[in-house]
Design a protein around this ligand. Sequence first.
Ligand code: MG
Length: 427
Amino acid sequence: MRLRAGVVTDCGLVRPANEDSFFLRRGLYAVCDGMGGARAGEVASEMACLGLLALDPATAGGRELRTAVTNVNHAIISRSLSDERLLGMGTTMTAALIREGTLFLAHVGDSRAYLFRDGRLEQLTDDHSWVGELVRRGELTPAQAAAHPQRSIITRALGTDLELEPDLREVELREGDRLLLCTDGLSGLVAESDLAEILSRPESPQTVAELLVKAALEAGGDDNVTAIVVDVLPEGDIDDELGDRILVGPADREGGMHWARRIKSTLVREKLGLKPGAKSKPEMPEGGEPGESAENLPVAGPSPALDSEQEVAEDQASVKTRTRYAARRRWLFVAVGVAVLLVAVVGFAIFNSTVYYVGEHEGKVALYRGLPATVAGIELSAAIELGSVSYETLDPYLRSRVDAHELVSKQEGQRFLRMLETLDDLE
Ligand code: MG
């Protein structure tokens, strides 16, 4: 039995950063959806993924997987208690260990594992969410849960309870099975019938993961979205693309679509500053600021082989897609910014044209329209009516009234000018 895997993660179209993380290694796969203020969620989800480095998928089983998950839970709690910026951070985790045809699942939270077998999609995990509990008790239908305003309330997460136990499950796999691990940014937005339709396609796991994430973006992309697809293939059918590599991501938390090939080039080679072929010992990161823990990402094994022409073409296509979504987002921000600016400028111009004051202009007392101020070298007001009275001849009290630049209505200003003229005539 051989395994072939693909991964895609995307920030989505609404969230400012991607707090999902993923882990891929031959025989061990995980998605994590972090939560917590000020981007602590990405620290939690990445810590959870990195914690899986303690496992050797060639020898581990369900017991070791459970131990790794509970250890990660303790590590996240202790880290969040040692740094007030990380206090309360947590993460979901859906981890799949595949050894000798057996799938060991460990699961906490509302990310999901699905098995696509013989054209049918089966959800392998129960959502540890408030609406998930209501569905299991028969009080909500899955469709009602999917649209429920409280659907994001999670009842079990790593980092929140020292006694936490993950759900554990074993499934015997068969050739032809396709496994999907995903965060709720996919399962919450794309109907199961659509997931099944995309999973039924004959394309590679990488392409299928890409199609799944595209579907989530097309459905609004209102959350971070991550999908790992793993195919169970006959022995010797297709070589495992992963080789001995370990992928942890995303590499770019603000950006759009990323998947394995991109990550192995940017994250593993450049971000870590490792020479091709260099080996580093997997280890848990220590310390570091939120968002910096990626610096500690491990990588093992030989350098990636050169991409085939097909892979290069796929990469180019995917870069185009990513660029399209990024460009769409950029244009949206620009359009909203321009609209806000336009409303502000027009609003101010209207306001500015309705206020008046009396001041001195070319030695005379005059009526001005606009505010008595200058912004960036631009006068906000202009004299619209020049009176006949000389500013210099005004008595000190009247001059102080003129110098006060008090805002008045047009009629009040004109009355004041006439009054000065009348006083002038009396003298
Ligand atoms: Mg999510």
